[in-house]
Every structure is written in structure tokens, then in C-alpha cells.
Design a protein around this ligand. Structure first.
Ligand code: NAP
Length: 320
């Protein structure tokens, strides 16, 4: 494996692999350091019905495999390991994978975000089989069935409200007796006749053999346990952007998301117009690592394309 590359892409979800496809087709022969958990969050889903181009839907892992093969076809190379350290202080940039050093004229950061989970063995066993971290993606699979959402922030309340379009009813399970969500979102949920609230309740088990059938809930005040019959559990307790590698090296927002484009105050002309630029000239960001709002495969792919075009344009300006 050669050690210097025009472009190194860190991460291999929809954004990283789209960036790989575009930079590969621009003859930049990108190196994708795809990580041990290659493929990103879609690897944890079953059917994907909202990615355009697949009339009958496609399985998440199959979709990512297709993305990867397409990027490979045009000359992307892959390392299936995690990046251990980066040095963006000077160019060429340095990217370490254990003892191995790779250098690059430009880097695209597409390390994604990880949905927080409850940490139950049954939750992970039934992930994609009734347990989901994305209501927009999976809500429509549960027409006229009872659902639960766990969490008490804006995401949980928004997801519960959204899911009432499909579900027979939605129970919002929250570990306290007060929501963290903004007042307006709370009011909307509290007045929605299809939403019930299970206050002071902790999900202690997800029941079901090959798909979710019920939850075991424990009252956090009395310790009492009860079962709630549901066909699906949506876990909406927050996301963690995968940016620990970049702390102190790239500008992040207070919650750890990578800042890109207009959110940045510095101006590195001639690249200041580029929507995916980061605080370091020549480093670009794409996908959920820089997006706490949309978080969709198709939006991640879109920003991956943008980062590739930005990197390509920037490299050309630099005379590479
Ligand atoms: P969040 O505000 O951090 O809320 C997480 C919720 O999950 C909290 O209610 C928390 O309970 C609960 N929780 C955390 N860990 C848990 C666990 N292990 N078990 C059970 N419950 C757990 O996260 P978020 O709702 O994803 O929102 C993130 C940010 O995005 C916020 O700034 C939010 O305002 C914003 N957002 C905005 C919108 C919108 O405006 N449309 C939509 C979505 C998100 P506690 O309350 O007890 O801590």
C-alpha cells in the first residue's frame, strides 16, 4: 500500500463511500480508511425503503456493500482498520493507523455519529428487528401497531409525534417525570391523543424471539415491573458524533459535532466558499459527523459528494 495519497477519506458510511466514488472518478485514487465498523449506521438496519433508486427497498448492509463496490470499481482502496491519530498541523496531513503512517494532500472526515443505545443485550439482539434508532427510516413498517419511544428530549418527542402517523398508539417511555424537550414540542406531544406517557420508567428488557413483542418496564421510583406490548421500540436518547480523534485539531460545536462551511468563522481563501470545509484548510467534513439535524443516508451521501467536489477543486487550486 503506498503511503502518500491525494485524498484520504476517514469513515465508510454513505458519505465516505460517496466521497470515495466521486474522488475516484476524478482520478484522485482515494484511500478509504473504513474502520472496523465499516459501513456506518446502515449496517444496523434491515430494510431501507427511503433511499432513492430502490423501488422495493434494499437491506442496509447490502446497500453499503453496493456503495463500496462502486467506489472500488473506479480505483478507491480500502483499509479496514481504525485511524488511531491524525496530525493536521502541516501539509501533507498525517494519518496514523497504529504504527503505519499515511500522508495526504487533503482529508475528508466522514466518521459519522453513533446513536446512543440503552445497553441491553436484548436491545442489540433485536436491533433492526423492531428496535430502531430512526423513526423517519423505519416508522412506516409499523402501520396500525403499538410502538414505544424511549427518551425525553426533542428527538424522542419529535419521533413519537411522527410515529403517530403510522402507529395505532405510541408510548413515550421516560426515566423521569419531566421532559427535557422544548416547551412547544412537549405541548404538541402532550395534546396528541395517540401518545401515552410512561413516566419514571426504565426499559429493562426488550422481549421477542425474532422480532419485538413487548418491553419490560421498571418504575424508577417504586421498582415495580410491568410489561408493555409493542411491535417496535424507537431509541431516541441522543447521538454521539464520532469526533474524539479530532478534538483540539478541528473546530467542533459544544456538543462535539464537526463544524463545516458557514458555521466557521475563519476564512481560508480561496476555499472559504466551500460548504464542507473545516477549520483546517484542505480538510473537509461530510455526513452525520457534521449533521445533527437530518441524519439520513441520502443527505450523508449528498454531503459526501459535496466534500469530494470541494476537495477536488481545492487540490486543483493548490496545483496538485
Ligand atoms: P438530548 O436532548 O440529550 O435528550 C436525551 C434524552 O434521552 C433525555 O431526556 C435523557 O433523559 C434521555 N436519556 C439519555 N440517556 C438515557 C438512558 N440511558 N436511558 C434512558 N433515557 C436516557 O438528545 P436529543 O433529544 O437527541 O436532542 C439532541 C439535541 O438536538 C438537543 O439540543 C435538541 O434540542 C436538538 N433537537 C432539536 C429538534 C428540533 O428542534 N426539532 C429535534 C431533535 C433534536 P434525561 O432527560 O433524564 O437526561
Amino acid at each position: 500500500m503506498k503511503s502518500h495519497h491525494s485524498v484520504i477519506i476517514i469513515g465508510s458510511g454513505p458519505s465516505g463511500l460517496t466521497a470515495a466514488l466521486y474522488t475516484a472518478r476524478a482520478n484522485l485514487a482515494p484511500l478509504v480508511i473504513e474502520g472496523f465498523e465499516a459501513g456506518g449506521q446502515l449496517m444496523l438496519t434491515t430494510d431501507v425503503e427511503n433511499y432513492p433508486g430502490f423501488v422495493d427497498g434494499i437491506l442496509g448492509p447490502e446497500l453499503m456493500d453496493t456503495f463500496r463496490k462502486q467506489a472500488q470499481r473506479f480505483g478507491s482502496t480500502f483499509i479496514t482498520e481504525d485511524v488511531s491519530e491524525v496530525d493536521f498541523d502541516s501539509r501533507p496531513f498525517k494519518v496514523f493507523v497504529g504504527e503505519d503512517l499515511y500522508t495526504a494532500d487533503s482529508v475528508i472526515v466522514s466518521t459519522g455519529a453513533t446513536a446512543k443505545t440503552l445497553g441491553l443485550a436484548s436491545e442489540s439482539r433485536l436491533m433492526g428487528r423492531g428496535v430502531s434508532t430512526c423513526a423517519t427510516c423505519d416508522g412506516a413498517f409499523f402501520r396500525d401497531q403499538p410502538l414505544a419511544v424511549v427518551g425525553g428530549g426533542d428527538s424522542a418527542v419529535e419521533e413519537a409525534t411522527f410515529l403517530t402517523r403510522f402507529a395505532s398508539n405510541v408510548t413515550l417511555v421516560h426515566r423521569r417525570d419531566q421532559l427535557r424537550a422544548s416547551k412547544i414540542m412537549q405541548d404538541r406531544a402532550l395534546s396528541n391523543p395517540k401518545i401515552d406517557f410512561a413516566w419514571n420508567k426504565v426499559v429493562t428488557d426488550v422481549r421477542g424471539d425474532d422480532k419485538v413483542s413487548a418491553l419490560e418496564l421498571e418504575d424508577s421510583v417504586t421498582g415495580e415491573k410491568k410489561e408493555l406490548d409493542v411491535a417496535g421500540l424507537f431509541v431516541a436518547i441522543g447521538h454521539i458524533p464520532n469526533t474524539s480523534l479530532f478534538e483540539g485539531k478541528l473546530e467542533l460545536d459544544p456538543t462535539g459535532y464537526l463544524l463545516v462551511g458557514h458555521d466557521l468563522t475563519n476564512d481560508w481563501s480561496p476555499g472559504s466558499q466551500l460548504a464542507t470545509r473545516t477549520s483546517v484548510e484542505g480538510v473537509f467534513g461530510a455526513g452525520d459527523v457534521a449533521d445533527h439535524v437530518y441524519r439520513q443516508a441520502v443527505t450523508a451521501a449528498g454531503t459526501g459528494c459535496m466534500a469530494a467536489m470541494d476537495a477536488e477543486r481545492w487540490l486543483e487550486i493548490q496545483g496538485h
